[in-house]
Design a protein around this ligand. Sequence first.
Ligand code: 9MR
Length: 358
Amino acid sequence: MMMLSRRALLAAPALLAIAAAPAEGLQAHAAAHGRFFGSAIGDAALNGEPRLRQRIRDECGIIVGESQFKWAALQPQPGVFDFAGAERVMAYAAAAGLAVRGHTLVWHEANPPWLLAALTPRSGERLLTGYIGTVAGHFRGRLAHWDVVNEPLHPEDGPAFGLRDTPWLRALGPRYLDLAFHACADADPGALRVINEFALDYAIDWQARRRAALLELLAALLARGVPVQAVGLQGHLDASQRALDQTVLSRFVADIAGLGLKVLVTELDVRDDGLPADFALRDAAVAAHARAWLEAVLPHPAVLGVLTWGLSDRRSWLNERFPRADGLPQRPLPLDPALNRTPLWAAIAGALDGGRGG
Ligand code: 9MR
């Protein structure tokens, strides 16, 4: 490659224009360490908001549909599959050169009412494996990952391994996880098979129980040959939470990696509903919190990449689920509502720069 001196660069207007192009996106920061960065894309961004779609291209290497790949979207009626919404995600990704994650095959939410009515111990296996065969088969070879099972834990419910008391557990027992992972491996062997979970982040008792339950569940699944390959740490953080213990978090990621599994950060965002209104103060606290969390997680070579749950503060599920008392929108994501980079963007870029990809 021809090298240009600084003087030659300054003398060359065309090259100067290239040098003045906007700083590289988060995907470039991640890719420098063999990792990916991405975000969830909702229907509003897909069907309108061309500027946001452009910013997603600028920042991301991978996207995930916020709702378009859930059971309620894909099989609204028995025997009726509707891939239109998911295929819009695929078409946008193909045009933008982005990879896609599938989210999610088995969950206790976003299910069509007919499914819950039809699900019994007799019908369960056929419904589950039939659905996964059709859906994972439809996208075979086109998705980087599948969140095969989403949010299976809730130790407070009591059963073995801290499993959540869901319609799937009631119908099939813990083997619903086995069936789901095997069906996905059969239908789309190339997609990384992920178990995706939340509330694993802080040094507080109920989250410590969830971390222990997940490790116990993973060990049991692997011992009986279930083809799980990775853990998705959702990373829904709370800037007001004081109990962020980097040692605890780092050991947890090391324990997952020690089982031979990969780790992904799948849904990073930071609640600020416990903070005062002031934008600068909130942005600084959100950024510092995420940076501390990422700096505990990212040094592990098992970590493949990071996705945020949305890219811009224009829309976040947090405003519906945890509205601020003052009515102001939250600022949980790397771009503000005007699509400018926030301090959280810089925190993610900085943490990715320090990372060591596997
Ligand atoms: O952000 C998503 C929201 O728009 C949907 O209404 C909801 C139900 O489908 O799911 C939200 O996304 C969730 C994700 O699928 C799993 N982890 C928690 C996310 C926030 O609730």
